[in-house]
Design a protein around this ligand. Structure first.
Ligand code: SAM
Ligand code: SF4
Length: 356
C-alpha cells in the first residue's frame, strides 16, 4: 500500500517528494584525522519520553523548551547535509522518537533519501507506540528497528521504567514483526535488577526471529540510581550464560561496537556492547546529533559543534556544512569512559538528550 501523508501535513508544507535530496550535491566524504570515514548518523529528534527508565533520567525530568529543539525543517536540512557528505545510515532516536508530534511526517521526509544517498533509515524506540506506527514505518521503507526491553516481568518493568507499560511494548514488538520489520531487542544489564531475566529475554527475542544485544550501563547524565551498584559486567553475564547456553563467537558485525555470538540452543544472535570494558573506538564510523542540534563526534566526550547556531545563522547551509566538516576533522581518537569513574558521569548529558 502506498504511504500517503495527506491527512497529517498542515496546508502549505511541501511534500517529501518536492524537497531536495542529497544526491548530486557532491560534498565529498567525511573522513577524520585518524582516517575513519563517518557514514552513520544517530539523530535525536526529541528529549521527551513516555517512560522514565531509572538509569536514563530522573522521575521529575525537566524537558527542554520547544524553541530549543530543532524544527522539522531544520532536522531535514541537517539530514540532507549529512547525506550529501556520504552518510548512508540514519538512526532516529531520542528521548522517545515516536512521541514527537507528527512523527510520521518527519520520517517520511527522511525516507525520501532512501536509495538517494541513504541506504538505511532506522530507529531506536522503547516500543510503547509501535503498535500504532509499525505499518506506516514499514510502508516508508524502515526495514529494521531496535526496541529497548529490560524485562518481561510487568512489575519489574514498572520498577525500571517507572510506568506500567510492558503490555504496550510487547504488542508493539509483535506489530513491527507482523509489518515485516526486523526487530533487535536491546537490554541494559543491571546487577541484581534484571540479571536473572536475561535468559528469558533471549528466548523471547530468538523465538520471534529477533537478535538481542546486551548493553552495559554508561555514566551518562545524572540519574537517580547508583551506577556503581547497578553496573553489571557483561563478562560476568557471558560467563553465567555459558553455563546454560552454548555460545559460539561470530565474525558478524553490524559495523557497531557489539561483539556477537550465536546461541546454539535457540539459533539466534546475541550481542555484547561493553563500552566500559572494551575499546571499540578504532573502527568508529558514527556521530550523534542531539535534538538541539549539538553534534557530538564521540559518545563520552564533549567534542563537536553547535549545528543549530549554524542552521539558524545561515540559510544557505554553508555554515552548517563547514560546522560538520570542522567537527569531523576534530573527532577524538576514543572515549574516556572508565568503570572506576561510574559514580560521576563521564558526560553531563543524559542518554535521552544525546540519543542512545
Ligand atoms: N527511548 C528510546 C529507547 O529507550 O530505546 C531511544 C532512546 S534511549 C536513550 C536509547 C538506548 O539507550 C536504550 O536502549 C536505553 O536502554 C539506553 N540507555 C539509556 N541510558 C543508558 C545508560 N545510562 N547506560 C546505557 N544505556 C542507556
Ligand atoms: Fe525513555 Fe529510552 Fe530513556 Fe527509557 S531509555 S527513559 S525509554 S529515552
Amino acid at each position: 500500500m502506498a504511504y500517503t501523508l495527506i491527512n497529517t501535513r498542515p496546508v502549505g508544507r511541501p511534500t517529501p517528494e518536492a524537497l531536495p535530496t542529497a544526491l548530486g550535491a557532491g560534498q565529498g566524504a567525511l573522513v577524520d584525522s585518524f582516517k575513519r570515514r563517518v557514514t552513520y548518523l544517530r539523530l535525536s529528534i526529541t528529549d521527551r519520553c513516555d517512560l522514565r527508565c531509572t538509569y536514563c533520567m530522573p522521575e521529575r525530568m525537566t524537558f527542554l523548551p520547544r524553541k530549543d529543539v530543532l524544527s522539522f525543517e531544520e532536522l531535514d536540512e541537517l539530514v540532507t547535509a549529512f547525506a550529501s557528505f556520504g552518510v548512508d545510515k540514519l538512526r532516529i532516536t531520542g528521548g522517545e522518537p515516536l512521541v514527537r508530534k507528527d512523527i510520521m511526517e518527519l520520517m517520511a521526509r527522511f525516507s525520501r533519501h532512501l536509495g538517494n544517498g541513504l541506504n538505511e533509515l532506522t530507529l531506536t524506540t522503547n516500543g510503547t507506540l509501535l503498535s500504532k506506527y509499525a505499518g506506516e514505518l514499514s510502508a516508508i521503507g524502515v526495514r529494521r528497528i531496535n526496541v529497548s526491553l529490560d524485562t518481561l516481568n510487568r512489575s519489574l518493568f514498572e520498577k525500571i521504567a517507572r510506568r506500567d507499560m510492558l503490555h504496550d511494548v510487547l504488542i508493539g514488538i509483535d506489530a513491527a514483526i507482523a509489518a515485516g520489520i526486523k526487530v533487535k531487542i536491546n537490554t541494559v544489564a543491571l546487577a541484581n535488577i534484571n540479571e536473572q531475566e536475561i535468559p528469558a529475554l533471549i528466548h523471547f527475542a530468538h523465538e520471534r526471529g529477533a537478535d538481542m544485544t546486551l548493553i552495559e550501563t554508561m555514566p551518562m547524565g545524572e540519574a537517580e540510581t547508583d551506577r556503581v551498584e547497578d553496573f553489571l559486567s557483561l563478562e560476568r553475564v557471558r560467563a553465567d550464560l555459558s553455563k546454560r547456553f552454548t555460545l559460539t563467537d561470530l565474525n558478524y558485525t553490524t559495523g557497531g561496537p557489539a561483539r556477537y555470538v550465536r546461541v546454539e540452543e535457540t539459533g539466534g544472535k546475541l550481542g555484547f556492547i561493553t563500552p566500559l570494558t572494551h575499546n571499540f573506538c578504532e573502527s568508529c564510523n558514527r556521530v550523534r546529533v542531539t535534538c538541539t542540534g549539538r553534534l557530538y563526534t564521540c559518545l563520552g566526550r564533549e567534542d563537536g559543534a553547535d549545528l543549530r547556531d549554524a542552521l539558524r545563522a545561515d540559510p544557505s547551509g554553508g555554515l552548517l556544512r563547514e560546522g560538520i566538516r570542522g567537527a569531523i576533522e576534530r573527532k577524538p581518537k576514543g572515549h574516556d569512559f572508565d568503570s572506576t569513574r561510574l559514580a560521576s558521569p563521564a558526560s553531563p548529558r543524559t542518554m535521552s538528550h544525546t540519543g542512545g
